[in-house]
Design a protein around this ligand. Structure first.
Ligand code: PEP
Ligand code: MG
Length: 572
C-alpha cells in the first residue's frame, strides 16, 4: 500500500481502480539539414495539422466541459503563432540548419523553462501548456500522432504529469479521479478537472513503478490524501465521506449566488482573485460578487517591450464588461527581479523579494505607472465598472503620495482630452509589516486596504515564500500575522475605510470565523473556493466570531491557533 499527501487540486473523493498513464516518449532526432527551406515547409505542414487538431479538441472541450475549457485549446493555438517562439524556431532551422524536431524541442523547452522560472504560479502552469503543444508538434513531425494509450474503463488516472490534451482525450465517463506526481494546483489540467467535476490531487509523491494496474485507490481532492492499494475498510470509510462531501458541495453550489450573511445578518463581500478574462468568467459562475484582485502581470511578462496603452485598455475593457458594473479591484504592476521582463532592465538581485520591485519602480519609471493608470481610467470610462485601483508592496507613506500625484496627473490629462471619468477608489495592499503597523496613517491617504497575507506572512516571519525548505515556518495563522491583520482592520475602520483580503488566507474556510470576528469587510479568493467560503460564513454568528478572534489573538503559536479553530469549527 502507498499512502501519501499531495496538493489538493479539485475537490471531492474518488474511489476506484488505478490506471497508470504512461505516454510514449518521443525520441527527438537531431541532425543538420541541407535544404532548410524544405524543412521549414515540413514544419509549417505540422503546425497546420496541429491547428486543426486543436480546433477539434476545443470543440470537444466545449461540449464536455464548457467555454472556458475550450479556451485552453484556443490558447494552445496562439503558441503556434507566437512571434518570439516562431522566430526562435526559424532561426534554428534557417540560420543554424537544424532539423525541425530539434528546433521545436529546443525553442519550446526554452520558453517553458522561462515560464517555470517565474515566481507566479499562473505562469509556471503555462509551461505545461507549452510542453503540451511541443509534444503535439513532435508527434506530428514523427508521424506517431495516434500512439496514445486509451482509457477504456472507469478508473482513477495516475500519471507523472498530464497535459490538458491528455485530460480531454479521456472519456469523461471513465475518469473517476486524477492524480499526478508533478504539477501545481493552478495548471490547466486542474482547471479542466474542476470543470469536469473530477476530484484531483497534484504533486503526490507516488512511485508509479510500484503501482499495480487495477489496485484500489482512494483519492481525496480536498485534503490531498491518496491511498493506493486501499483495504476494504478504508474503502468503506471513504465511501461514506464521499457521499457526505457530495451532499455538502451540492448545497454550497446551490447557494453560491446568494450573499454571504452570518446567522445574525452581518454581510461581507465575497469576490475573486483573477489573472485573465477566463478567470473572470469562471469567477462569476462560482458566485463572485466582483473582483478583489486583478493581477496585471500577465500583460507585462514574456514580451520585448511594454504593452501599449491601447492594448491594455482593450484587455481591461473586456474584463470590466464581463463584470458588468460589479466592483473590480485592479492591482498595478507587481513585478521584480524574480520575473524576467528584459525591457525593464531589472538587475539580478541577491534578495529580489526585498529589492527593486512593484511600486518601488515608480520613482525611476513613473511612465509605466502613468501608462497603466491611464489605460485603466480609459477602460473604466468606456464601461460601467466600479473600478478600484490598488498599489502593491507599499512600505512607506511617500510611495502612496507619489502614486496619487501620478494618478491625479493621468486623470487630468484624460479629462482635458474630453474623457468623462468615473469615481475611482484608490487603495493599497497591506503586505509589509511597516504598512500594517502604520495603518492609521495610511488610512488617511486611501479609500481602502487589501491585505496580501501571502507576502505579509513572508515578511513578518522572514520566510521566503518560494523556499520549500522553510515553508513549514510560514503560516498566516501565526499570531504575529494575526495581530498585524487586526491592527490594519482596526485602524481602517477608525477612519471609516473598508478592508479586504486577497491573500490565500481569505479562501480558507477554517479562517472564516476568525476573519469575520476581526471585522474583515471583503474576502477575495480563487473562484473555486467561493461557494465553500460563502457557506462557511453562513454558519456563524458575528458576535461569537468576535469572541473567537479575541481568543485566537491571545495564543503564542500558529499551531495553537489552528488547534483552537479546529475545535470551534468541529463543535459549531
Ligand atoms: C499576497 O501577497 O497576499 C498577494 C495576494 O499577492 P501575490 O500573491 O500576487 O504576491
Ligand atoms: Mg503579494
Amino acid at each position: 500500500m502507498q499512502h501519501c499527501k499531495g496538493l489538493p487540486a479539485s475537490g471531492g473523493i474518488a474511489i476506484g481502480k488505478a490506471w497508470v498513464y504512461r505516454p510514449q516518449r518521443i525520441k527527438v532526432p537531431r541532425h543538420p539539414v541541407e535544404d532548410s527551406e524544405q524543412e521549414w515547409q515540413r514544419l509549417q505542414h505540422a503546425f497546420a495539422c496541429a491547428r486543426t487538431q486543436l480546433q477539434e479538441l476545443a470543440a470537444r472541450a466545449q461540449t464536455a466541459a464548457g467555454k472556458e475549457e475550450a479556451a485552453i485549446f484556443a490558447a494552445h493555438q496562439l503558441f503556434l503563432e507566437d512571434a518570439e517562439l516562431l522566430a526562435a524556431v526559424q532561426h534554428l532551422i534557417q540560420d543554424e540548419h537544424l532539423n525541425a524536431e530539434a528546433a521545436v524541442a529546443d525553442s519550446f523547452e526554452h520558453y517553458a523553462e522561462m515560464l517555470l522560472a517565474l515566481e507566479d504560479t499562473y505562469f509556471q502552469a503555462r509551461a505545461q501548456d507549452v510542453r503540451d503543444v511541443k509534444q503535439r508538434v513532435l508527434r506530428l513531425l514523427s508521424g506517431k500522432e495516434n500512439d496514445v494509450p486509451i482509457l477504456s474503463a472507469a478508473a482513477i488516472v495516475i500519471a507523472e504529469d498530464l497535459t490538458p490534451s491528455d485530460t480531454i482525450q479521456f472519456d469523461r465517463c471513465n475518469i473517476l479521479g486524477i492524480c499526478t506526481v508533478r504539477g501545481g494546483p493552478t495548471s490547466h489540467t486542474v482547471i479542466l478537472a474542476r470543470a469536469l467535476g473530477v476530484p484531483a490531487v497534484v504533486s503526490a509523491p507516488l512511485d508509479l513503478s510500484k503501482i499495480a494496474e487495477g489496485a484500489m485507490v482512494v483519492l481525496d481532492g480536498d485534503s490531498g490524501e491518496v491511498i493506493v492499494g486501499a483495504t476494504p475498510e478504508t474503502i468503506a470509510q471513504a465511501r461514506q465521506r464521499a457521499d457526505s462531501w457530495q451532499q455538502q458541495r451540492a448545497v454550497e453550489l446551490a447557494a453560491s449566488h446568494q450573499p454571504a450573511l452570518t446567522r445574525d445578518g452581518h454581510q461581507v463581500e465575497v469576490v475573486a482573485n483573477v489573472g485573465s478574462l477566463e478567470d473572470a468568467q469562471q469567477a462569476l459562475a462560482m458566485g463572485a460578487e466582483g473582483i478583489g484582485l486583478l493581477r496585471t502581470e500577465f500583460l507585462y511578462l514574456n514580451r520585448c517591450q511594454l504593452p501599449a496603452e491601447n492594448e491594455q485598455v482593450e484587455i481591461y475593457r473586456r474584463i470590466f464588461e464581463v463584470m458588468a458594473g460589479r466592483p473590480v479591484v485592479v492591482r498595478t504592476l507587481d513585478i521584480g527581479g524574480d520575473k524576467p521582463a528584459p525591457y525593464l532592465h531589472i538587475q539580478t538581485e541577491s534578495n529580489p523579494f526585498l529589492g527593486w520591485r512593484a511600486i518601488r519602480m515608480m520613482s525611476e519609471r513613473p511612465d509605466i505607472l502613468i501608462n497603466q493608470l491611464s489605460a485603466l481610467l480609459i477602460a473604466a470610462a468606456k464601461t460601467t465598472t466600479d473600478l478600484r485601483i490598488m498599489l502593491p508592496l507599499v512600505s512607506c507613506l511617500g510611495e502612496v503620495k507619489q502614486a496619487k500625484t501620478l494618478f491625479d496627473q493621468a486623470a487630468s490629462v484624460l479629462r482635458e482630452q474630453g474623457y468623462q471619468l468615473p469615481e475611482v477608489q484608490f487603495g493599497i495592499m497591506i503586505e509589509v509589516p511597516s504598512a500594517a503597523l502604520l495603518a492609521s496613517h495610511f488610512a488617511l491617504q486611501v479609500d481602502f486596504f487589501s491585505i496580501g497575507t501571502n507576502d505579509l506572512t513572508q515578511y513578518t516571519l522572514a520566510v521566503d515564500r518560494t523556499n520549500e525548505r522553510v515553508a513549514s515556518l510560514a503560516s498566516p495563522y501565526h499570531p504575529a500575522v494575526l495581530k498585524l491583520i487586526a491592527e490594519t482592520i482596526r485602524a481602517a475602520h477608525a477612519h471609516g475605510k473598508w478592508v479586504g483580503m486577497c491573500g490565500e488566507f481569505a479562501g480558507d474556510p477554517m479562517a472564516a470565523p476568525l476573519l469575520l470576528g476581526l471585522g474583515l469587510d471583503e474576502f477575495s479568493m480563487a473562484p473555486a473556493s467561493i461557494p465553500t467560503v460563502k457557506q462557511a460564513i453562513r454558519r456563524w454568528r458575528w458576535d461569537e466570531c468576535k469572541q473567537i478572534a479575541q481568543i485566537a489573538l491571545g495564543f503564542a503559536t500558529a499551531a495553537a491557533v489552528r488547534t483552537y479553530l479546529q475545535g470551534v469549527v468541529r463543535s459549531s
